[in-house]
Design a protein around this ligand. Structure first.
Ligand SMILES: Nc1ncnc2c1ncn2[C@@H]1O[C@H](COP(=O)(O)OP(=O)(O)O)[C@@H](O)[C@H]1O
Ligand SMILES: [Mg+2]
Length: 142
């Protein structure tokens, strides 16, 4: 487990970039933390770190955004996903099997359907600009 404090969005993006170095095809990153915590900011750092040519944006409306690059990155928003059937329909498992790196915002909703191992990232809102980011599944980021 590793815990980090960030003081602005850019620091959270930078942490996502650092995490990307640990990701391999089929890696799953499960995010928790409420609205405005910084999950999408962290994912945009992952996309940058993976070398994606597309910029990450919130997948709230599309449910999944897929970013192209040397390592494909499938970025999900599970806010409206509540059942295993829903989850299958999003293509979540297909993206995993195809070798994409897969991230899920609102992973609370699919926790019971996730198989270990996966990386957990919880982002706690401390104050307006401060976030406490807990990463489980990696000892410490280089
Ligand atoms: N330390 C921080 N890390 C990330 N975002 C921050 C931070 N401080 C303030 N913010 C702001 O919080 C919001 C986070 O938005 P977003 O990444 O879309 O959150 P989420 O996807 O969790 O809903 C942005 O408006 C961002 O500017
Ligand atoms: Mg978001």
């Amino acid at each position: 487990m590793a815990v980090y404090i960030t003081h602005n969005k850019e620091e959270t993006v930078a942490l996502g970039r650092r995490l990307a170095a640990y990701l391999t095809p089929g890696s799953v990153i499960a995010f928790t933390g409420g609205l405005g915590a910084g999950k999408t900011a962290f994912c945009s750092g992952i996309a940058q770190g993976l070398g994606c040519i597309d910029e990450a944006t919130s997948p709230t409306f599309a449910i999944v955004n897929v970013y192209r690059g040397p390592q494909v990155f499938a970025h999900f928003d599970m806010y409206r996903i509540n059942s295993l059937e829903d989850l299958y329909t999003t293509g979540f498992y297909d993206y995993m099997d195809s070798g994409a790196v897969v991230a899920a915002e609102w992973s609370e909703n699919i926790a019971e359907f996730l198989d270990e191992p996966f990386i957990k990232v919880d982002i706690a809102h401390v104050d307006e600009n401060t976030r406490r980011i807990t990463i489980i599944g990696i000892d410490a980021l280089q």
